[in-house]
Structure formats: structure tokens, C-alpha cells
Design a protein around this ligand. Structure first.
Ligand code: FPP
Length: 248
């Protein structure tokens, strides 16, 4: 709970998942190269993490690079990877000092070995963080995650480690790259599109969705707070009736 602008207390989502869309358009509107939009987007990432810490949000998941983003021009893919590497070099010490545990989800097979090494190092160095669990989705796709979980479980069945009847929602969720954290309470997508775009397909089953036309580099604490306030006004029923959950 956190104090609202109206003076009362409002529920804060435990886990917020974000699609950071609109970097390219932000740059194009300023007649700047797309790279400038991604750099501005990286600054908005920093501000978002700081605000999540201020609001006491326990987990934040950011979609930095999707399975489909490999189809972008090689130059832009290279820049996004470079930005990630630079952000790790620049921010890991401060993230650790602020109690942020940083880790990654995604298909590492096409990532540069140096980037994978830095990602592992960042995860190791921040493993003790207890204030905010920050998961960065890199080369990630919701379908990829479901398929890799299915493959893991199929291999365990084939090896006789588990019985097919033992595959249920709990064991499946535990095999996802996103395992070990609560499911997202609030999903935010900036940039005007109203779709999930292959993000967290399993995890978003009961997440509250919030969309903004704001382009990602312009996302700030005011807009983040607007999303949190809107979340607090939602009635979450998880399939039950309004009477069962105690609110009309
Ligand atoms: C979407 O904008 C954004 C991305 C594909 C990449 C997100 C990356 C960052 C915010 C920077 C680095 C990240 C970290 C974690 C340091 P878009 O290019 O699709 O924009 P458009 O739809 O306007 O073209």
C-alpha cells in the first residue's frame, strides 16, 4: 500500500511487466536517428527502476529485445545489444547497492558470448538484492518460453524423472524462464499499440493490462503513477464473482 494523491492508501502491484515501445517514433519525430530514441529509452529505463524502488514494487520485468527483434536491420540489432552491454557496465554496481536483483530471461543461443558473460556476472553480483527483482527479457518470446518449458518437461519424462501425470500448471510454470516470481499484476505497454506481442504469454493470464500512447522515452514517474492508480481501481476476480471477492 502507498499513499495516494487523494490522501488515502492504495494497493501497489507486486509485479509490473513493461513493453517499452516507441523509441523509434520518438526519434523520428525529432528528426533524429533511431539510435537516439533507444538511448533516450535506456534513460527512461533507469528512471522507471528508480520509481519502482520508491513505490515499493517487488518485481519488474522489462521487454528489452524480443525473439522477433532479430529481424530488424543488423545495425539496429547491434546497437540494442551495445546499449545493453553499456547499461550493464554502467549500472550494475548502483543496482546492487540499491538492493536490486538483476537477472535475464531469453534464448541466449544467438547472443554474443561477451554479452552472456556480462549478464551472468551482473546476475551473480546482484544476487543478494531484496528490494526489487528486475528481470530483463532479452531475445525473449512468450512462445519460445512455453516451448522450452515443454521440452524440459518432455526430457524429464523421457528420462523417467517425472511421470506424465505429474505435469501440471505448477510444474509447467516452474519450468519457464520466468519462474520463481509472482505472476505480473500489472502490464504496461507504451507507444500506442494494444497488443501483447509475444511477451509473457503464460504469465499474463490474469494480469491487468494498461496501455499508453506515450512513447517510451517520455515515460516518467507521473505516467507510471497513473498506471498504478488505475491498477488500484480494478476489481480482480480471478474467475470468481464480485460478491465472492467482497467488492461490488
Ligand atoms: C521499442 O521501440 C523498443 C525496443 C525494441 C528496445 C527497448 C530497448 C531500450 C529501451 C533500450 C535498452 C534497454 C535496456 C534494458 C538498457 P521501437 O524501436 O519498436 O519503437 P517504434 O515502434 O517507435 O519503432
Amino acid at each position: 500500500m502507498v499513499a495516494s494523491d487523494q490522501g488515502g492508501m492504495q494497493a501497489v502491484p507486486r509485479h509490473v511487466a513493461v513493453i517499452m515501445d516507441g523509441n523509434g517514433r520518438w526519434a523520428e519525430r525529432r528528426a533524429l536517428p533511431r539510435a537516439a530514441g533507444h538511448r533516450a529509452g535506456a534513460r527512461a529505463v533507469r528512471a522507471t527502476i528508480e520509481h519502482a524502488l520508491r513505490r515499493g514494487i517487488a518485481a519488474l520485468t522489462l521487454f528489452a529485445f524480443s525473439s522477433e527483434n532479430w529481424q530488424r536491420p543488423a545495425e539496429e540489432v547491434g546497437l540494442l545489444m551495445q546499449l545493453l552491454l553499456e547499461a550493464l557496465d554502467r549500472e550494475v554496481a548502483e543496482l546492487g547497492a540499491n538492493g536490486v536483483r538483476l537477472h535475464f530471461a531469453g534464448d541466449r543461443s544467438r547472443l554474443a558470448p561477451l554479452l552472456v558473460e556480462r549478464m551472468d556476472e551482473a546476475a551473480r553480483r546482484t544476487a543478494g538484492g531484496r528490494q526489487l527483482d528486475l528481470l530483463v527479457a532479452v531475445a525473449y518470446g512468450g512462445r519460445w518460453d512455453i516451448v522450452q518449458a515443454a521440452r524440459t518437461l518432455a526430457a524429464a519424462v523421457a528420462a523417467g524423472r517425472i511421470d506424465p501425470a505429474g505435469v501440471d500448471e505448477t510444474t509447467f510454470a516452474a519450468s519457464l524462464a520466468t519462474a520463481g516470481r509472482p505472476e505480473p499484476d500489472l502490464f504496461i505497454r507504451t507507444g500506442g499499440e494494444r497488443r501483447i506481442s509475444n511477451f509473457l504469454l503464460w504469465d499474463l493470464a490474469y494480469t491487468e493490462l494498461w496501455f499508453s500512447d506515450t512513447l517510451w522515452p517520455d515515460f516518467d514517474e507521473r505516467i507510471f503513477d497513473a498506471a498504478i492508480s488505475d491498477f488500484a481501481s480494478r476489481q480482480r476476480r480471478f474467475g470468481r464473482t464480485a460478491a465472492q471477492v467482497g467488492r461490488s
